[in-house]
Design a protein around this ligand. Structure first.
Ligand code: G3I
Length: 406
């Protein structure tokens, strides 16, 4: 064999040895990062030091609905770590905070505000005018008869000046009017026929509430808040209301889309359409009550389905199955992918309740869901909704990581 060929072979062998030595020493000296080092793609390590608010610090505040009690218990550590906005779930509503004329229950509401201020957490006020959890005394005069429109609006003004005035400079945004739009598929019915609507003989109370709120706290951001705002019929009704408010120069800053969603509702297109319509009016959007229940509406039981007096045994509840978990992960991912795309218009995303330990959607059986079941005091056949990003032990669910890994 020609010497130059031998030399070439020795060289090549030596070269391979040197390369092998360099590579092996590189591998030995490189800190082990586990599979992430050698598997391309998205095996981003789960950084547990950060909370939702940190992942989204360049997008929008991430909030949560709280009760005064939750701030003094095991929820409080999670609230402070994960969120930078709070909304009182019930403690600032008209009935709970103003149960009778001139009487105000400030303790729980003050508790929540003081907690938030001391932890540098933003506060959304909820709410200044609603057809549920009402201050029922407002609708009756001293003889127990329905009040006049003038007296009702004066009482509304006194309430808003007192509550929004008390938290002036502390509450940065208010759900001024909640759920005033009709829920039916009847496109001719724009407004819910609430006590407010019936006594005012129309929707004037809506504009009045916004004007009173603006006078009480000129710097607060004022929102109209509603649910199913992505459903086409209701979306168009809300759009009509918003156009009227803007035409009447009502001080409104945006729309609260409550986002009490399901595994298959809304679709991405419905969500985008709702966002595009509201923002086309120059308004901002806040998702104010986000949860994604694993429960689909139950089919109404067929009439006469069971013989009278027959005991209907509760069907065994499969609970939070891997299939339902996967659908919930996909729906949360879809939602936050779109939220981030609309970050110019979205000024807050708030979850409704802290963890699956408690959701307003739980304890709902008998085919009713959510508030309707609460109102109807549906049978307490415990069917949990598992709608949030933290499980019953306040631990991050897989859905959490689908929201923060972007
Ligand atoms: O505080 C009373 C207590 O004294 C009494 O013993 C108990 C039993 O009657 O009721 C307690 O009040 C309950 C209240 O929650 C506080 O726990 C009410 O009955 C109950 O109806 C009320 O439910 C609230 C619901 O609004 C009322 O419609 C839910 O917690 C709350 O999550 C839910 O939140 C609403 C938003 O404000 C608006 N968007 C829809 C959302 C879900 O309905």
């Amino acid at each position: 064999m020609d010497p130059s060929t031998i030399f070439k072979n020795i060289d090549r062998g030596l070269l391979l040895l040197i390369i092998a030595f360099i590579v092996s020493s590189f591998i030995q000296n490189t800190p082990k990062k586990g599979p992430a080092l050698f598997i391309a793609g998205n095996t981003k390590a789960h950084n547990t030091d950060k909370g939702l608010k940190d992942y989204y610090k360049n997008y929008f505040p991430i909030g949560v609905a709280v009760s005064a009690a939750s701030l003094h218990g095991p929820d409080s550590a999670l609230i402070v770590k994960e969120f930078n906005s709070v909304t009182p779930e019930n403690d600032m509503k008209m009935g709970p905070i103003n149960p009778s004329e001139g009487v105000y229950n400030w303790k729980n509401a003050d508790d929540i505000v003081d907690f938030a201020v001391s932890h540098h957490i933003k506060i959304r006020g909820h709410n200044l005018c609603w057809h549920n959890q009402e201050a029922i005394w407002m609708f009756k005069d001293t003889n127990g008869k329905p009040v006049t429109k003038e007296l009702l609006l004066q009482r509304l003004k006194d309430h808003i000046f007192t509550v929004a005035g008390r938290y002036k400079g502390k509450i940065y945004a208010w759900d001024v009017v909640n759920e005033a739009v009709d829920d039916s598929d009847d496109t001719t019915q724009i407004y819910r026929k609430s006590n407010w609507y019936n006594i005012c003989n129309g929707p004037d109370f809506i504009e009045a509430a916004f004007k009173y709120a603006h006078e009480a706290d000129p710097h607060a951001r004022l929102y109209y808040n509603d649910y199913n705002s992505e459903h086409p019929v209701k979306r168009e009704k809300i759009f009509k209301l918003l156009k009227k408010l803007i035409a009447d120069h009502v001080p409104i800053d945006g729309v609260g889309m409550q986002a009490h969603w399901k595994l298959n509702d809304p679709s991405p297109d419905e969500l985008r359409k709702a966002l595009d319509e509201v923002t086309s009016l120059g308004l901002k959007v806040q998702f104010t009550e986000l949860d994604i229940t694993i429960r689909l509406p139950q089919p109404k039981p067929a009439t006469g389905a069971a013989a009278p007096g027959a005991t209907i045994l509760p069907t065994p509840d499969p609970g939070y199955t891997p299939e339902l978990e996967a659908k919930q992960i996909a729906q949360y991912k879809m939602a936050f992918d779109i939220f981030r795309q609309y970050k110019k218009f979205i000024t807050s995303v708030t979850f409704w309740n802290v963890s699956d330990r408690y959701s307003w959607l739980d304890q709902r059986g008998g085919g009713l869901m959510g508030g309707a079941a609460a109102a109807a005091k549906a049978p307490h056949l415990l069917k949990k909704a598992y709608p949030l990003l933290f499980d019953e032990n306040r631990q991050r669910k897989k859905a959490y990581w689908s929201v923060v890994n972007f």
